[in-house]
Write a protein that binds this ligand. Structure first.
Ligand code: SF4
Ligand code: SF4
Length: 458
């Protein structure tokens, strides 16, 4: 493997990036002044449009068993009942009770109407203390999809112009530039040129046709270049017919994270149209948890029609190639005890579990599973954009402690991740807690174990 970035360079980039991320709140433009009645009306419109028969049934189905609380890292990490997952739906339930339920004529007299102050208080519940990880969904005996309904709450708050400043800054920036953290086309090309020089081969950009469209993200362009470099090196090794696009390289989607429907669909459509234009059979999204659902399920929604390409994350694409023999990896001379973190959106939502494990097995590393793993894995505590929200820091740390306690029990020497947000949250959590376990990108690990000889062709 070619070392595209040293440990020291990574540490320095991380410190710089973390400083930049910490100033987002100050960089955000002043929020637009909106009358409280308008905020309430806008939020209600989203709820009334979004609560279909399915959600209505679910809102009536809670048996108050409390199982969802025991599934949520924010409740467990704080023991504060306000973070019980189902409580995050209270506001939505009030709108449903008063306006849509069969007993709405009666409930109007009993259930209080929502106010702008209620909406402001809801911010903390659906942005800061929920990563839409979906773990609570799995344990709910009534089958209530809390994570999807939290997403609808985010859309309601976005419509009421009550996003957290940091996410509003990110959403407005991506709406204007198509990318995040100022990773514009010049910077993208600059980074690709630098990677090309280090890797010693040409990186295909803007090929008119290709089997695979590779997408990256501003987070990797600024920070996790080992993940991007590892992915490119492995695709090159496998002889895959792939391309990046200078007009469609940003996989992050701050429309999805902020709840802004317009930006969400615009960004998904941009990538989907680029994939169609190049005739891609597969789009590989970077090690970025939410980039995966934003395109895997968002592409068809954004275009209003089915798409005929697959969307795979890096660990899924390479893991499948290892499992069916198209990608051979070299075993380490000495085994290493590692823990693996299954990212919520890629694992629990996308079902990608065996692929990363096949990669670790192929290189001879000894995986010590954490107590929660695969579909039931605990979130890192920093997903769905909350890792950028400053006031959520105590909650992120609480979530981090829940997962890190499990990792420590495995006695692993390395934590393997395949999501940049998880990696970021673990790195920040380590600094705050004084933990030292190295956190490594699976894409970089794969590239470090490519055989020296010509690999099998895809
Ligand atoms: S989706 Fe995850 S973070 Fe949100 S309430 Fe459920 S368990 Fe907690
Ligand atoms: S697990 Fe389901 S039924 Fe039980 S309290 Fe939570 S939402 Fe209600």
């Amino acid at each position: 493997m070619t070392e595209v970035v040293t440990k020291q360079e990574l540490d320095e980039a991380f410190a710089m990036f973390y400083g930049m991320a910490a100033s987002l709140k100050d960089l955000a433009s002043p929020p637009v002044e909106v009358a409280d009645e308008e905020r309430v009306a806008a939020a209600k419109r989203v709820f009334l449009k979004g609560i279909d028969a399915n959600f209505a049934t679910q809102l009536d189905a809670c048996v108050h068993c409390g199982a969802c609380a025991q599934a949520c890292q924010f409740y467990l990490g704080t023991e504060d009942p306000k973070y019980t997952p189902v409580h995050k739906l209270d506001l939505m339930k009030r709108v449903y009770d008063r306006e849509l339920s069969p007993l709405s004529w009666l409930k109007k007299f009993i259930v209080k109407d929502i106010t702008a102050d209620d909406l402001r208080a809801q911010q903390e519940l659906v942005y800061d203390s929920c990563t839409m990880c979906g773990r609570c969904n799995l344990v709910c005996p009534a089958g209530i999809n809390i994570a999807d309904m939290v997403a609808m709450n985010r859309s309601a708050l976005a419509a009421a112009r009550l996003m957290p400043d940091e996410l509003r800054f990110m959403q407005e920036g991506q709406e204007a530039d198509g990318t995040i953290f100022g990773a514009d086309e010049d910077l993208f090309r600059f980074r690709m040129d630098a990677l090309q020089e280090k890797l010693g081969f040409e990186i295909p950009i803007d090929k008119p046709k290709a089997d695979v469209l590779l997408v990256t993200t501003g987070l990797d362009i600024h920070l996790f270049q080992d993940a991007t470099g590892g992915t490119i090196e492995t695709l090159h090794h496998m002889g895959v017919d792939y391309t990046l696009r200078s007009d469609a390289y940003e996989g992050a989607n701050f429309g999805l994270l902020s709840g802004h429907e317009g930006t969400k669909k615009k960004m998904a459509a941009k990538l989907a149209n680029a994939a169609i234009e190049v005739g891609a059979k597969v789009v590989i999204v970077p090690e970025c948890g939410h980039a995966f659902p934003a395109l895997r399920w968002g592409a068809a929604e954004a275009l209003g029609k089915p798409v005929d390409f697959d969307v795979m994350t890096v660990s899924e694409y390479f893991g499948k190639a290892v499992m069916d023999g198209r990608l051979k990896l070299e075993k380490d001379k000495e085994s290493r005890v590692v823990a693996l973190h299954d990212p919520c959106k890629v694992g629990r939502w996308g079902g990608v579990f065996e692929e990363p494990r096949a990669i670790l097995k192929a290189i001879g590393w000894e995986l010590h599973e954490t107590e929660s793993n695969r579909a039931y894995n605990f979130c890192c505590g920093g997903g769905a954009g909350n890792f950028l929200i400053e006031r959520a820091n105590p909650l992120k740390r609480a979530g981090y402690r829940v997962k890190m306690a499990e990792i420590e029990k495995t006695e692993a020497k390395t934590l393997v991740v395949s999501c940049g947000s998880c990696r970021m949250n673990f790195e920040v959590g380590k600094v705050n807690a004084g933990d030292t376990i190295p956190v490594e990108s699976l894409a970089a690990i794969i590239a470090a174990h490519l055989p020296k000889t010509e690999g099998a062709k895809a």
